[in-house]
Design a protein around this ligand. Structure first.
Ligand code: DX5
Ligand code: ZN
Length: 215
């Protein structure tokens, strides 16, 4: 089963309510929110007040991708504002295990994120604790970039580890996902596809979701 998570970063912010409705109507499974602080990544996006407002108008599970320095200071706020899944970058803290515990204590599903430059084996000691692993397939910070093929090495590793240890975490990919790259990510073992540009620039969003699900 493949799940689709459109990334609101590529939406038209002047028409946010309609954009979110179109995500619901498209048959997508999650709404992906990219939170950037201009420090961990060289860009700014939106914060938890925006999440709280979005939560009022959608029943889609909200998949929050924190690209922040000191994520421990924000996890509770995002949980209270309506996050269902919170994912933190392993590169953003020396205390990834503690962050996972913190996310779970807040009642959310816990995810960890790898940038393209981090080997997946850095996660060996926490993989039994997480609900999701998000492999960045571009460098985090911006939508509309090209897929980095070498990240497939990590996806394959995570899929193999999951099988060998009989675990259940979702393997999510994020960045440069289109019908072609989705295919190779699925073959490598990914089962959640984030799509920003591919989803929001499409004229037939339901069609793109069903094509991505059917690969
Ligand atoms: C980038 C974000 C992505 C981004 C993906 O840092 O994590 O979620 O929105 O955008 P596309 O799908 O356009 O590469
Ligand atoms: Zn993201």
């Amino acid at each position: 089963m493949i799940y689709i998570a459109p990334s609101l970063l590529a939406a038209n912010y002047m028409r946010l309510e309609e954009e979110i409705q179109s995500v619901e109507q498209s048959g997508a499974d999650y709404l992906h929110l990219d939170i950037m602080d201009g420090h961990f990544v060289p860009n700014l996006s939106f914060g938890y007040d925006m999440l709280a407002q979005i939560k009022k108008i959608t029943s889609l599970p909200i998949d929050v991708h924190l690209m922040l320095s000191q994520p421990e200071n924000y996890i509770e706020k995002f949980a209270q504002s309506g996050a269902d899944i919170i994912s933190v970058h392993v590169e953003s803290s020396p205390h990834i295990h503690r962050l996972i515990q913190q996310i779970k204590q807040c009642g959310c599903l816990a995810g960890v994120v790898l940038t393209p430059g981090t080997p997946a084996h850095h996660l060996d000691t926490v993989l039994s604790e997480v609900d999701l692993v998000l492999q960045m397939t571009v460098n985090p910070g911006f939508g509309g970039q090209s897929f980095i093929n070498e990240t497939l090495i990590n996806i394959q590793y995570l899929a193999e580890w999951k099988k060998q240890h009989n675990l259940n975490y979702l393997i999510e990919v994020d960045g440069g996902i289109n019908v072609e790259t989705a295919q190779i990510c699925k073959a490598a073992g990914a089962n959640v596809l984030v799509a920003g540009t591919t989803f929001f620039k499409s004229h037939d969003r339901a069609n793109i979701v069903s094509r991505l699900k059917a690969i």
